[in-house]
Each structure stands twice: as C-alpha cells, then as structure tokens.
Design a protein around this ligand. Sequence first.
Ligand code: ZN
Length: 497
Amino acid sequence: MHRRLIVPGAFVATLMLAIPASAADYTPGAPGIGDAYYPASGNGGYDVSHYDLRLKYQPKTDLIEGTATILATAKQDLSRFNLDFGLDISEVLVNGKKARVSFSGDQEVEITPATPLPEGSAITVVVRYAGKPSELEINGYTAWHRTPDGGVAAQEPDSAVWWFPSNDHPLDKATYDVSVQVPNGTQAISNGVLQGTRPVGSDWTRYSWRSDKPQASYLATLAVGKFDITTDKTASGLPVLNAYSKDLGANDGAARASIERTGEVAGWLEEVFGPYPFNALGGYVPNVTSGYALETQTRPFYSPKQFANGSNVSVVVHELAHQWYGDSVSVDGWKDIWVNEGFARYSQWLWSEKEGEGTAQELADYVYASHPADDEFWTVKPGDPGPDKQFDLAVYDRGALALQALRNEIGDKSFFKILKGWPTEHAYGNAKVSDFVKYAERESGKPLAALFDTWLYETAKPGAPAAAGVGVARTQAERPASWKKIAATNTIHDHGH
Ligand SMILES: [Zn+2]
C-alpha cells in the first residue's frame, strides 16, 4: 500500500501495461545502504563493480561536465534504484534506454529504468551531468575545495556527491577509470596509474587514470590545478607519482622532504603489514586552505598546513598505513572507524620505535599518563564513537593504546603476525571491529573480548595501564622525542564538518 502511494500514477500505468504480473514483486532499492551513523549514505538493491568517469573541468569557472558509466548488478528485483549525487543531471540511461529521474533528500537521485531489473542481472547506467561543485552545499557544508587554479575532491566520510554519481558507501567498492580534460598547463590528478595524457584540440589535455583494485567512493579523488609532478618506481616496480601545487610557497620544501619518502615508507610498511595492495603509490599537495590529510587510495591527499612546521614523515606513515588499514580493508559501517584509525595511528608509533625516537610502549605510557581519569578522552568509545566523535582524538590515541594493550597481552610474535595477517584475511573487503577481535583471538589462541571491551568500549579510564604485565602504573611518563611530530598530525582528520 505504502509503496503504491509513492509511485507516481503514470509509472503505475506503464507497469501494468508492459510488465507481466510477477513484476509486482519488483520493489525500489533502499535509499540508504544501512549505515548506523549515516542513514542516507549509499543505497540498497544493487552492487557497483566499476565506474568510468569521463569529465571535462574548467578551472576558471569551476564547471565540471561529463558522463559517468556505472556497471552494477541487481541484488533484488528492482523497480527503481538510487544514486547519491548533487550536481545537475541532464540524462540517465539504464541498459541503453532512457530512464526516469527524480530527486529526494539531500543527495538521492531516484532512477526508474524503462524495464525493471531482475535480481542478478547486469546493469549499465550512463549519467550525463554538469555543475559547479563549489556551489553545492549540503546542510551548509561542502566537501569540494575550490583553489585559485582549480578544485579538489578529497573528504571523509564522503566527497563523491560533489563530483560523480555513486553508491556512496565503503560497503560498495569498485574499480575506477577516471579521465579528465583540462586546459593546457593544468593537470588532473586522480587515483592509481596515469595511463597517459593526450591533447584534445589545441587548448586542452586529457589525463586518464586507472585504479584497478576495489576502491571505496570516498577514497576516489580528483585534483585539478597547476602541479609539479615527480615520478619514480619502487624497488618492486610499482609506479610512484607525487604532485605538488606550484603555489605551496614556504611549505614546498617540507612537503617534498616528507612525501618524496613515500616509496621508502611503503617499503617499511610492507615488512609490517605485508605486500602493498595496490597498483601505484604517491601523494599530492594541492593549494588548499584546509589542515587535514586523507588516505585517498594509492595517492593520499595532504594539506600544505601539514608541513607548516617543517617536514613530517609521520603523516606520510599514517596515510600510507591506511592503504592496508582502511583502503584495502575498509570499515563495514562508519562505526568501525577504529579498524582504520587505531592502526594508522599505531603505525606512527611503530615508525617512531624504528627511528629510535620513542617506543610504542613509551608513547602508550605518555598518552595514558597525559589524560587524567576525569578527561573526556576516556568517555569516547573508539569501538563505537558515534558520528559526532568519529574522528575524535580518542579514536586515534586510545585506539592505538588498545593495540599496545593487545601487544602486551599476546606478545610480539603473535601481535606482528596479526598485523600482517589481517590485511590479507580481508583484502579488498570490509570488516567490523568485532571481526578483528575474533581474528586476534583465533590467531593468538587467547580470549581477548575483555581486553578489547576495556580499551575500546568502556567509558572510564581503564584501571590498568596499557603496559599491563611489564611495568608499573605510571602517572607521569617522559615525553618521547617523536611526540611533537605525531601530535602535529592530530589535525589529520579534522575535516571541518
Ligand atoms: Zn587516518
């Protein structure tokens, strides 16, 4: 009954004429994928395997125009399905036939195909669109960075809505071909391997990128501007491509002194986390005014401000660690953010340990001692922080404390086996906090539910220090040498929501 009320009359008539009786079983896909924190994120009823984005961007006006071709599979008998998108759509084709389009909510595009889509069938969606991302605000918020020479899409938990239609949630990963035409003298940076550039007429150049492993929509990035690009290859032959805005001023040297170490850092991370999961490496620093960094797949985004006090390799360690913890193994829901951030922060502690600037234990002791029992820090549950506290410092520092507590409980041998095994266990997939707890229990042979409950879910300062078993409950701890650089990355996900 309810469904009939929201289906426009004309469509009902079409259905009755053209579709066999069983079509009554065809229902609309859900407008959200079921995320506990962000109900509107993603959509139900289908699963995307590939995005092909063929775009043109004019930096002078911020106008983006293009065609998205989306390959998907129906997961139910679908009468209609949604995409998440905010720019203007001129036409949608589903399996080559013009579809009916309407809009609801902040970002929901409702697409009714000419013919309903049976469960299991392949769907090809072509969306022609245009718009100025800087003019799109949702609840007073924009994920798009307008720069003097272009624009940048790099935000969490979503940025896709500002530049391409998608099933915008980490649960639906896909491969990407991103091809962008920009004026000569301007570059377009995206994920994966730069397949090539070619002239379009006498005034434009097309940049074509390919990211050939499953990628969450918020990890797709686009940066158009005037960049200086450096290229290299890793010891194992993967292409490294870094891009620096020509407009970085005093931050230019420090940015390069950090990001040019990407290959070295990734090589060290391979020793800790196992083989690098993707087809390319790099990083880019556009001339944005924000302060954060983001683990955009294969090619992290760094704000110039990350380097305002000099080089900081620790932020590079953090974003590259996410390639395993966050990008290859992604959150199942946004409440599982600890499976990203606890490990990325802990990787910074391990880097400090390797560099002789303070062991992870010393950093854990320092964090533990720095937050008295009445500090709000201990009221945030890293294992389920809530949408408002999703990127709270506690998710990072208390989240890393949890890992040090685990290390102390099961010993280095088991601990590092788990750190390396997990990214393979769930490669290119999604995982929940509880999946990690189960995995750690299985691999270590120890019951760990109580330990994780203490460090990830209790809302009071745990009575025992992270160093349980090896030392005293310190109320004061010496500040490790690496602390300042690590703390300088605390703005790493200060996304300005
Ligand atoms: Zn992070």
